[in-house]
Design a protein around this ligand. Structure first.
Ligand code: ARG
Length: 271
């Protein structure tokens, strides 16, 4: 626990509300978004992300200013820099991201996105840049009760709308689903006994459990086929896809991605 102790429910609610109305926030100085431009001639590169997902992408007050940070954002900055473009960040609902991409309102999506078959049909996906496991988060008192996937049968489960976790939960017999737009909202539902469990990415679970009192990760291990995260671009935007993969190859060979993950995890857990 850091010196400030854990976040209270009230603080979490405040953060949830702040970020909840943050849709369409452009996190860059530029007003000329120029979305839809491709390749190395673009002046701006517009990223679509759902910044409710520490340590991947989240809001943090830095030098008194609300800022979107995280290891996905670090990767996005490198892609923009390699293209000589200015990065513009749009904080959007997770389940709207691929539509925004297809309609050209954003140029790329980096948002802890898992490469499902359905998504492969809708947009073009990059190489995998990182892998993580899934985790089940519950209230402390229920840690042993929900220690296996079987024990989740019939449970009230909170998941993010449009996520692979929603699909995992749908596959659990008798589970009663609450699908919500933001992970922070799911955490509130858990804290207020309205859902009993949530499925989320391991690193995200770790970050919430560190910062929110009374929540723990259980021994239950959700299995997914599509492990690993990818970057989405509009179907047919080969030029940008090649640029994205080139930057990912560079970052991997320089050991940068592990470095970004470690730094973002630390940032997510600090006050
Ligand atoms: N990996 C999961 C998926 O692709 C969840 C991603 C959620 N991302 C976020 N930024 N909230 O469905």
């Amino acid at each position: 626990m850091n010196k400030w102790g854990k976040l209270s429910l009230g603080m979490l609610l405040a953060v949830g509300l702040m970020t909840g109305c943050g849709n369409n926030n452009d996190n860059a100085a530029s007003t000329d978004t120029n979305a839809g431009n491709t390749g190395t001639t673009a002046k701006t590169l517009t990223l679509g992300t759902s910044a409710d997902f520490p340590p991947y992408e989240f809001h943090k007050v830095i030098d008194g200013k609300d800022t979107i940070v995280g290891f996905d954002i670090d990767i996005a900055k490198d892609i923009a820099a390699d293209m000589g473009a200015e990065l513009v960040i749009k904080d959007l609902a997770f389940d709207s991201l691929l539509n925004e991409l297809s309609s050209g309102r954003v140029d790329m999506v980096i948002s802890g996105l898992s490469p499902t078959e359905e998504r492969k049909k809708a947009v073009d996906l990059s190489d995998i840049y990182y892998k993580a496991e899934q985790a089940v988060v519950v209230r402390e008192a229920d840690k042993d009760k929900f220690a296996t996937m079987d024990s989740l049968k019939g449970a009230k489960i909170g998941v993010q709308t449009g996520s692979i976790q929603e699909d995992i939960a749908k596959g659990i017999e008798g589970a009663q689903l609450t699908s919500l737009g933001k992970i922070s909202e799911i955490v509130l539902q858990l804290n207020s006994n309205r859902v009993d469990a949530s499925i989320m990415e391991g690193p995200v679970a770790k970050s919430f459990v560190k910062n929110v009192k009374g929540l723990v990760i259980t021994d239950a291990k959700p299995e997914v086929e599509d492990d690993g995260y990818v970057i989405g671009v509009k179907k047919g935007n080969t030029e940008l896809l090649n640029q994205v993969n080139t930057t990912l190859t560079r970052l991997n060979s320089e050991g940068k991605i592990e470095e970004y993950v470690a730094a973002a995890s630390e940032l997510a857990e600090s006050e």
